[in-house]
Design a protein around this ligand. Structure first.
Ligand code: ATP
Length: 248
């Protein structure tokens, strides 16, 4: 469904992604695990096309030169040079790291903003769905985004991404900074979303353990390179991987 082949991303002379190939098939949940600076966000930006915007902005401002090589394919079509807005319309929706909700807008307004690609009927149906999968948001409809807890903000960020009618959802470190209880709530919701909405999901995390139970397949990034990949069972069967990445 969504695939990167031989991605290389340079920030000036610094190689942030080194020949990375990853894929997420239809209705899969795929994990991408790696330490700080491993290249997770760079990968998510490149898949969603945001990297093209960042690259162009830097170029216009006379800033650092960003070079992207390799291919991104969606449903077997080469989308490497498509703008992020086009990719979003095709159903590739990024839920970025650190949530980026509109802190001065209410929960409902944030969700409505997310519906810019939806028909009115889709928007209504998805809004109901978001309140079903994240019940706290239904109670907090009128609350200003900035006054939500970290976990509620993450629910809102995922809810807003759902409003955009994704075929594949790219979640960049959705569990960052949340309590174990909130992490478990979100992991359960992510699994439900895949099951109930039949959306494919690619999720990055620094620590694999909380999401491991729900991933079908995972890649491990180290210093910009994909050093290991396998199904959940294959990775768990590898003792080095278990101790280094899963803490089990
Ligand atoms: P984190 O978990 O800290 O978010 P990450 O795995 O998402 O890390 P990236 O943000 O993709 O990692 O960064 C990969 C490398 O590229 C890092 O060394 C980072 O400092 C560098 N980098 C990221 N963005 C830029 C940029 N705009 N200019 C220069 N270097 C950058």
């Amino acid at each position: 469904m969504l695939e990167a082949r031989g991605l290389m991303v340079f920030y000036e002379n610094m190689l942030a992604l080194n020949n990375v190939s990853v894929r997420c098939d239809q209705h899969q949940i795929v994990g991408v695990f790696g330490a700080n600076s491993a290249g997770k966000s760079t990968l998510m930006y490149t898949l969603s096309g945001i990297m093209e915007d960042i690259r162009r902005k830097e170029e216009m401002a006379g800033g650092e030169r960003i070079t992207v090589l390799g291919e991104v394919l969606f449903m077997d079509q080469d989308i490497s040079h498509l703008k992020p807005s086009k990719r979003a319309r095709m159903g590739i929706i990024l839920c970025p790291e650190r949530r980026r909700i509109f802190v001065e807008s209410s929960v409902l307004e944030n969700l409505r903003i997310g519906a810019y690609l939806a028909t009115p009927a889709q928007a209504k149906e998805t809004l109901d769905y978001v309140f079903t999968v994240f019940p706290p948001l239904a109670r907090l409809k009128k609350r200003t985004g900035g006054f939500l807890s970290g976990g509620e903000q993450q629910m809102l960020a995922i809810g807003r991404a759902l409003m955009a009618q994704p075929k594949i959802l790219l979640l960049d470190e959705p569990l960052l900074g949340l309590s174990p209880l909130m992490q478990a709530t979100l992991v359960k919701a992510i699994k439900e979303i895949r099951g109930q909405k039949r959306i494919s999901i690619m999720v990055t995390e620094q620590y694999a353990r909380p999401v491991l139970p729900i991933v079908d397949y995972a890649f491990i990034l180290e210093n910009g390179a994909a050093v290991l990949e396998g199904s959940r069972e294959e990775l768990l069967d590898n003792p080095d991987v278990r101790s280094a990445y899963f803490g089990v």
